[in-house]
Ligand binder design. Structure first.
Ligand SMILES: Nc1ncnc2c1ncn2[C@@H]1O[C@H](COP(=O)(O)OP(=O)(O)O)[C@@H](O)[C@H]1O
Ligand SMILES: [Mg+2]
Length: 275
């Protein structure tokens, strides 16, 4: 098990309400159950809801890191599910766009996690706003969540396009949520693949799997318990487990693609010093 460098991956989308937070929370459960040390960062800063989905009420959140000089240790909140969260705050407009100073504070704070965890999952907000781009840029891997809704595709394409053209980020993973079966999921994935292939060059899009539309997901949201534990035998939970397994096979720190700016600061520094 790798311990020195956490694998940072974002769960992101162009459109809201596609299931990012549910997927982040339940992947955190599955990876923790497999014995990995996981932290889930709620990066939907102004509309935080990781803690709500988990039925938890942490006292401190990133707002306190930015404004009250608290450190990350005080903000890290242990869940009953084997992983910790870095909660954000809800309804604080100040958090909607991080200042450069706040971005730097956050990257400094993240250094604390190095050597302590295996996975940092970043649950982003939707869209192509500055925060979303920042967190996706910081992550080593990006899981793009799609649904069958046409707007989810156009918005995902917009996000890929901005990341590609403005930030030279070219590698994405695709997870299709709320589909009846694997066949439908592949069709959705192929639509995005074809659009990228046709209009953008050099994009790599890997299909990581799908989560079926599952009534257990809604029930667990209402009960504020992750479906992975509320309904472990449900199709959604089984697929989450498959996807978690796949994530553990991702390469941890191969060649740097030059996009990893802050969570990977130290590694960048080490690589440079080798040249
Ligand atoms: N696989 C699924 N099956 C059924 N309902 C789902 C599924 N995934 C998400 N949902 C529904 O969609 C809602 C929004 O999910 P959420 O994870 O909050 O999305 P996001 O974080 O992308 O805004 C959930 O409250 C749930 O009711
Ligand atoms: Mg969310």
């Amino acid at each position: 098990m790798h311990m020195d460098l956490p694998l940072v991956f974002s769960v992101t989308s162009g459109k809201g309400g596609v299931g990012k937070t549910n997927i982040s929370v339940n992947l955190a459960c599955a990876l923790s159950e497999m014995g990995h040390k996981v932290v889930l960062l709620d990066a939907d800063l102004g509309l935080a809801n990781v803690d709500v989905l988990l039925g938890l009420a942490p006292k401190y959140n990133l707002f306190h890191l930015f404004h009250d000089g608290m450190d990350i240790k005080q903000i890290l909140f242990e869940t009953p599910y084997g992983f910790s969260i870095l909660p954000a705050s809800s309804g604080v407009s100040d958090m909607l766009t991080l200042s450069t100073g706040q971005k730097l504070d956050l990257l400094e704070a993240m250094d604390y996690l190095e050597g302590k965890i295996n996975y940092l999952i970043v649950d982003t907000g939707a869209g192509i706003n500055d925060n979303v781009l920042y967190f996706n840029l910081a992550a080593r891997e990006r899981i793009l969540v799609l649904t069958t809704e046409p707007t989810s595709l156009t918005d995902a394409y917009a996000l890929v396009k901005v990341m590609h053209l403005n930030h030279d980020v070219n590698r994405f993973r695709v997870l299709v949520n709320m589909v009846p079966n694997a066949k439908e999921a592949k069709l959705v994935y192929e639509k995005l693949y074809l659009a990228c292939d046709h209009f953008l060059s050099g994009i790599s899009l890997d299909f990581v799997g799908y989560i079926p539309s599952d009534p257990e997901v809604r029930t667990s949201v209402l009960n504020q318990v992750p479906f992975y534990y509320e309904a472990p035998e449900s199709p959604a939970s089984r697929n989450i487990q498959e996807i978690a397994k796949q994530i553990t096979s991702w390469e941890v720190a191969s060649k740097l693609d030059g996009n990893i700016k802050f969570f990977w600061k130290k590694l960048l520094f080490q690589e440079q010093s080798l040249v």
